[in-house]
Design a protein around this ligand. Structure first.
Ligand code: C2E
Ligand code: MG
Ligand code: MG
Length: 568
């Protein structure tokens, strides 16, 4: 950076190294009008001066025959030392034979003694300085300053150039670190940087033995163009093994590697890496493996996803998206009481049939389109609550899911309040479910938004609690009104002791936070009984009902209304 910032108004410094005073004086006179000149009387003094301020000199004029340390040795020392290697060197010689040896040792140019052509000497100095500064500028644009690997643009440019004459079979590899933002958040940026540098160094080491090159494509994502290997498992084991050496408990550094093993030369090189990235991303929810290959299944999935993205707007217009409602019952009284419902979206695709939200919500969360769906669901849910109130005289509040993307919508508060107003509802009629993992994405932003929404009176339910990463510590600062226990705990609570203990732990946390627990995914009587005994207040699950179309859900409300009026 320092090098980039130099401009023509800055006076450059030149180091003149010669044991004869008369030579130093002659050169000094020639140069000092345009440059700051510093002198050294022998090679050792020159090296000491350079070491004291690496990068401070724009050029060294170097005599060869000197006492203590000769010019040839200075050349060798400079070119083998990373701190000094960047300085251009012009050698001053009397004999032509010395020129060859100097070139080999890394000299950039020569000046013949005696110095009788001052303009030529000045012009040569200027040209070499200019060349080096341009080169440094290019170097700094070519490489990522943190890791020293190529920057993204140059990486692809090099591939394109290489491909014009390369006939080695190559693979595209994408490597990334899972939940890297959490490492940054928990351990600090410098620890994050240390991990990135370590991974970059390991990649560089792999490339010393194998043909290829690498770049840092984004924060924690590395692209490697690598001579084809039959099996990448060994490479993965080596890298994972070495990264494991960085003890960072309790957060494991989990590296994921996607390989595009069958590069299609008809695709662009960016596409080769898109495909490798797809393989890498496929490991997101798979904790068993760290290596995935791009294949036709992934390709089909990509096409399927592209189709879903293409169809979302027309499906919204045509009413292919519908909202189902699943009841939540309060279970601590004499009889289960219908307390509220969760709105869950369904896609009746005109040609692909019924598509589960598990297939499209994560996709639309990844590209922001989920906001459109959420707004649609919020509107639908609110109008249903109002309609049911008019029809049955009781209010059954509905929880809607708020995706992590919605949190970044600066208008979220106004949007929700506007929907309520339009339907003459209050914030007591629409609850908001936010998945626990959203809290670890950007805790401070989320806390800010949630605080605003709670101030308006909204009730916030933390969805899928136990599946994410909130530390107990974080829970005390996160504003919530309800914990929704992750469905996995309920599923296995009667099958294994650990899940049961975790259910109990969630109950303890809820008592500590003084908020009720909703247990999701309750299917069996035995689960119901156990949860009731543990003090769980609300239950949602097939035990009572699957998510239902609005008309069918209305029948549950009607039944509840009848029971209420009978009891009163
Ligand atoms: P979620 O918000 O945790 O919703 C609960 C899921 O559990 C629903 O799956 C529901 O149908 C299912 N479920 C409820 N009871 C049982 C049971 O007893 N057994 C089993 N096996 N499953 C049960 P669904 O509708 O497939 O939704 C999956 C996820 O998709 C939801 O998880 C939520 O994260 C997301 N989602 C659904 N609708 C929306 C939406 O409108 N907006 C957003 N942002 N996300 C949504
Ligand atoms: Mg939910
Ligand atoms: Mg849930």
């Amino acid at each position: 950076m320092e090098k980039i910032l130099r401009n023509s108004n800055v006076r450059r410094r030149i180091l003149v190294v010669d044991d004869e005073m008369i030579n130093r004086e002659i050169l000094g006179n020639m140069l000092s009008h345009d440059y700051d000149v510093v002198y050294a009387e022998n090679g050792q003094q020159a090296i000491d001066t350079l070491r004291k301020e690496p990068g401070a000199f724009s050029l060294m004029l170097l005599d060869l025959l000197m006492p203590v340390l000769g010019g040839q040795k200075v050349l060798e020392a400079c070119r083998s030392d990373a701190d000094l290697a960047g300085i251009p060197i012009i050698v001053m010689t009397q004999e032509e034979e010395a020129e060859v040896a100097s070139i080999r040792a890394g000299a950039d140019d020569f000046i013949k003694k005696p110095y009788n052509m001052p303009e030529v000497i000045l012009a040569r100095c200027e040209r070499i300085i200019d060349l080096y500064e341009k080169k440094n500028l290019i170097d700094s644009a070519e490489t990522d300053p943190l890791t020293g690997l190529y920057s993204n643009d140059f990486f692809f440019e090099y591939i394109r150039q290489l491909e014009q004459f390369n006939d080695t079979k190559m693979d595209a590899i994408v490597m990334d670190i899972e939940h890297f933002h959490l490492i940054n958040e928990i351990y600090g940026r410098s620890e994050g940087d240390r991990i990135l540098k370590k991974l970059a160094a390991l990649i560089t080491r792999e490339l010393e033995d194998n043909f290829g090159f690498a770049c840092r494509a984004s924060a924690d994502t590395f692209y490697i163009y690598h001579a084809q290997m039959d099996d990448y498992q060994k490479l993965v084991d080596r890298i994972v093994g070495e990264m494991g050496g960085l003890s960072l408990s309790p957060a494991h550094i989990r590296i994921r590697i996607g390989v595009n093993h069958e590069i299609d030369k008809n695709d662009t090189c960016e596409q080769w890496f898109d495909h490798a990235k797809l393989a890498c991303n496929s490991l997101r929810r798979d904790y068993t493996g760290q290596l995935a290959y791009y294949d036709s299944k992934l390709h089909d999935r990509q096409l399927y996803h592209a189709r879903l993205i293409q169809d979302i707007d027309s499906s919204l217009e045509n009413g292919d998206f519908v909202v189902f409602y699943q009841p939540k019952y309060g279970i601590q009284g004499d009889r289960p009481v219908l307390r509220s419902a969760e709105a869950l979206i369904r896609w009746r695709h005109p040609s692909l049939g019924m598509i589960s939200p598990g297939d499209f919500i994560p996709l639309f969360e990844g590209n922001g389109l989920v906001q459109k769906l959420d707004r649609f669901v919020w509107e639908q849910a609110a109008s249903r609550v109002a309609e049911w109130r008019r029809s049955y005289g009781i209010t059954v509040p509905v929880s809607v899911n708020v995706s992590r993307i919605d949190i970044y919508d600066p208008d979220i508060e106004d949007r929700l309040l506007g929907i309520l107003k339009k339907n003459s509802l209050s914030t007591a009629d629409l609850f908001l479910e936010i998945t626990e993992s959203a809290y670890s994405d950007n805790a401070s932003r989320l806390i800010e938004v949630v605080n605003d929404l709670r101030r308006d009176g909204f009730r916030i339910e933390m969805d899928d609690f136990g599946s994410g990463y909130s530390s107990l510590n974080m829970l005390t600062t996160i504003p919530i009104d309800v914990l929704k226990m992750d469905m996995q705990f309920v599923r296995y609570m009667l099958k294994d002791e650990k899940s049961l203990k975790l259910c109990e732990l969630v109950m303890d946390i809820s008592r500590f936070l003084n908020v009720p627990v909703v247990a999701e995914g309750v299917e069996e009587q035995a689960q119901y009984d156990k949860l009731r005994e543990m003090g769980c207040e609300i239950i949602q699950g097939y035990y009572f009902s699957k998510p239902l179309p609005a008309e069918e859900f209305a029948a549950l409300i009607e039944k509840e209304a009848a029971l209420c009026s009978k009891n009163s």
